[in-house]
Structures are given as C-alpha cells and as structure tokens.
Design a protein around this ligand. Structure first.
Ligand SMILES: C[S@@+](CC[C@H](N)C(=O)[O-])C[C@H]1O[C@@H](n2cnc3c(N)ncnc32)[C@H](O)[C@@H]1O
Length: 471
C-alpha cells in the first residue's frame, strides 16, 4: 500500500507539471478541464479505497440507527412517524415556536397594525420601548423562556440532566404509584429539582390531592417545614389506597381548609420564624386562575412560585401564564382564526396526532376570540368562566411582565419517540432534556424502567421569579 502511494506521487512529479520552471499557477491555466480532471483523479487514486471504505461504513451506521425505527414505526400514530411527518409538514411556520420576541423580526409598523385591531391605546414605539425586555432565547433547550434585563434561571441543561439521574431512583420509591389526576414524572422531577436548587426555608403547596406533591417536596428538602392547603385532607384517601401524609407539614385541609388568598401569611411565617418571604417556595396545583394567585402571592411578598398546570391557549380549566403570555409579539404567539390559514391547516393536522392539540374550531370562540380559552378566562376547575376582551388580556400580560424577573418553563424530560407520550404536542413545548434519538441516554438515566403512562401529564410547568422591588 505504501509503495503504491509513493509511486503515485512519483508519477505526479514526472507528469511534466511545472518542470519548465514556470509559475505553477500560470501553467495550470493552459491545461484543459479534461486534463485537469484526469490529473486530479490520478493524483488522488490512493485516496479512493479510503473513500469507498468510509461510504460503506456510513451506509452501515445509517442502517443500524434506522433499524430501530423500522421496528417501531408501525403506523402513522407512532410518535416517531408523527415527528417525521411534522418535520415535513411544518417548513417555515411559526406555529409552536413560542419564545422568540416577535418584534425582533418584524417592523414596528406591522406590530402596530396587528395590535391596533385589539389595543387602541398602545402605539408601536411605546410598545417596543416600554415593553418588558424580552431577549432572544440563547438556550436551545428552553422553549418559552422570557426574562427581564437578561435575568434567567441559574441552572443549565447539564444540571437538569444530572438532576434526572439522581431523581429517577427516588421517583421509583414513591408511595403513590398511580397518581392519575395528579402529577406525573415530568412535573414531579421539575418540582423536586427547583425545590432542591432553591433550598427554601419553607415550602407552601396549594392543591394536595393524595399527597404526591407533598412527598416530592419532602424528597427535595428532608428537614424543612411544609404548609399544605387543600379542601380535602390527604389522610381521607388512606382508606381507599396509598396516600402520603407528612409529619412536618401544617395542613390547612379538611375542616381546617383556608384558601391561599385568605390565609394570614404573616402569622404563618411568624410561626415558622421566617422573616424573609423570599426564602419561601410556593407551589400551586389547585387549578385556580393563575393571575389571581400571582396577585395573592405578591400581596404576601412571595418571590419564588411554581405553577403546575400552565395550560396552553385554548386548553385547560383555568387562566394560565402560558395563556397570558401568548401575545402577538411572541413568535408562535397570537393566533389566527381564519379557516383558510396556515395555522388552521397545521392545527387540524396536528390534532390528529396529539390528544391535547386544539384545532381552530376549539381555539376560537365568538368574534374570533382565541385568547385564554375561546376568549374566556377560566377559574376554579372551570366552574367560573368569564369572557375577557383582548385589551384586558393584553393588559394582563403587561402586568405579569412588569412584576416578574423570570418566566421559565420546565422542558419535557424526553422526546415523544422515547416516552411514547401521545397527549401534548411537542411543537408547543420546549426541546426535551433528553432529545429524541438519544435512547442510550434515556436508558442510562433509568427512564426505560418507568411505565410510559407517567410521561403523559406534561403541561408546561412554570417557575416564576418575582422582581425584588415588587415584594
Ligand atoms: C390536581 S389535584 C393536586 C394534585 C397533587 N398536587 C399531586 O401532585 O398529586 C388538585 C387539588 O386541588 C384541590 N383544590 C381545589 N380547590 C382548591 C383550593 N381553592 N385551594 C387549594 N386546593 C384546592 C383539589 O381538592 C385537589 O386535591
């Protein structure tokens, strides 16, 4: 082989190229294209076995990688084929790309004309100048990620991965194996991770059910007190099956139930000897209007809030932050109710694949009202359902933006081809912590040991940090 390489080189040396002492580049100009091609081929003959070998190896690897897909893809309802399908279907659409400030890409005039239809008193310049400082999302794994003055969460995707590795064995020891109507794996992980990262002195939870989320908080902070509020005490579930009642938790539940908005938080804090409310983490899973809860939390001076069910526009039983932040200036935000639009077509296709996806008929109420749920602000598990104008909805978003430093949505733990979830539309969620195709990692983290049903409950859990000057 070596000898052949030498002889090829020698051949090139004695081909007459440049042997008259002329500048090589000048000599080349006189050589025909055919000659050049033949010279090139002659010079590179020694490379061909390597190229062929490389191509063979490439073909072989691609067969290995795709062979798993061949086994998995049985019908178009398979998550993997879903994704392939949408990769083809969604070439340039903004649908599902929430997170990029719209005004970065569009002229002020265009924003103004879009908003003018809804909000008479906002001029485009006003809007851009006074608007919350949305910045381009530099983190590929954050989907709907807004921050004021460049502030964001301290943790990175790496921290989340490390956390997952630690959390899977903990989750396997959970007392309530079947937590239907409560949190699944993704949000359990998110709550545990955030609590562990922030290390609060006190944890408050509103919406307990059988006590799974109390157990999650306890795993994160074994020695810190918890305050739990729920109309029904979790001990009531004990005679029906597994439930969790915590020994270091003050329950405002059952006959002692007090709603979060009515509790005297000053006296609760005093009882727990807490003087700084920013040392408290509040977790809401009570299906109440989240704007109402935010205002109540602000009144008490709390700064770290987690909302479990952060429903997307057109879905859910209460007004959520995802809905509130869904505005025209967010890429993928603000919606069209035209039946003959790209969005309408994309939505109706995606609805066939994802149970929670909504088409234009479900999204839009009377007078093309798409915000909230068909122009309604839901509350108390949808027992209250009030229409709101777009102006009000827009003002709500501006209020939220004015009091928050950080809005951070927990990404799904893994892509749908790994978890086999079929409920939420991945186009409306951030890049998962374990991306599709990374089966080895998914397996290494122990996620293959979990029943697939635990991955079905993702609803964009969100962590909010209230600005220091507000509290
Ligand atoms: C979805 S479940 C909570 C699930 C629980 N966090 C878990 O992870 O298993 C909602 C709970 O909120 C309770 N709830 C209803 N109204 C409430 C209120 N005003 N304040 C607090 N909890 C409330 C319900 O009784 C129910 O137990």
């Amino acid at each position: 082989m070596l000898e052949r390489v030498h002889s090829v080189r020698r051949g090139a040396q004695f081909s007459g190229e440049g042997d008259d002492g002329n500048d090589e580049s000048k000599t080349r100009k006189n050589i025909s294209m055919a000659m050049r091609a033949s010279n090139y081929l002659t010079r590179t003959t020694y490379l061909w076995p390597f190229i062929v070998l490389f191509l063979l190896l490439l073909f072989h690897f691609s067969l290995i990688i795709h062979s798993r897909n061949f086994v998995c893809v049985s019908s178009s309802s398979d998550p993997l084929s879903r994704m392939r399908f949408f990769a083809v279907q969604d070439p340039d659409s903004d649908f599902g790309s929430l997170g990029v400030p719209w005004y970065v890409q569009h002229s002020e005039r265009k924003i103004g004309s879009t908003l003018k239809n809804y909000v008479a008193d906002v001029t485009p310049t006003d809007f851009v100048n006074t608007h919350w400082n949305l910045i381009y999302n530099p983190c590929s794994s954050c989907y709907f990620w807004l921050s004021k003055h460049g502030k964001t969460v301290e943790w990175t995707s790496k921290d989340l991965l490390k956390g997952l590795e630690e959390f899977v064995p903990i989750y396997e020891t959970r007392p309530i194996k079947n937590n239907m109507y409560g949190m699944g794996f993704d949000h359990s992980f998110g709550l545990w991770f955030i609590a562990r990262w922030l290390k609060p002195d006190l944890m408050i939870e509103s919406g307990v059910f059988k006590g799974h989320s109390t157990w999650v908080l306890r795993q994160a902070m074994p020695d810190k007190p918890i305050v739990s509020l729920s109309p029904r005490h979790p001990e009531k579930y004990l005679n029906k099956g597994p439930a969790y009642v915590d020994g270091n938790c003050t329950y405002f539940a059952g006959k002692d139930f007090v709603d979060f908005g009515s509790l005297n938080w000053r006296s609760v804090m005093k009882k727990h000897r807490i003087t700084d409310p920013s040392r408290i983490l509040v977790f809401f899973d009570d299906h109440q209007n989240e704007l109402k809860r935010l205002k109540q939390a602000l009144k008490a001076g709390f700064r770290h809030l987690v909302f479990e069910d952060n429903y997307d526009t057109g879905t859910g039983d209460h007004y959520s932050f995802r809905q509130i932040c869904d505005q025209f200036y967010i890429r993928g935000g603000g919606h069209s109710c035209f039946k003959d639009s790209d969005e309408a077509r994309i939505r109706s296709t995606r609805k066939k694949f994802w149970e929670k996806a909504v088409d234009i008929e479900e999204l839009c109420g009377p007078s093309e009202a798409w915000w909230g749920v068909r122009g309604y602000m839901r509350d108390v598990f949808n027992h209250s359902n009030k229409p709101i104008t777009y102006t009000q909805h827009f003002k709500n978003s501006r209020f939220v933006e004015s009091v928050l430093d950080v809005y951070w949505e927990l990404p799904p733990v893994a892509g749908p081809s790994l978890t086999h979830q079929t409920r939420y539309d991945p186009a409306r969620a951030s890049t998962p912590i374990v991306e599709d195709g990374r089966f080895r990692l998914f397996q290494r983290l122990g996620l293959t040991r979990l029943d697939t049903s635990v991955f079905n409950g993702y609803t964009q859990m969100v962590y909010l940090q209230v600005s220091a000057q507000i509290s």
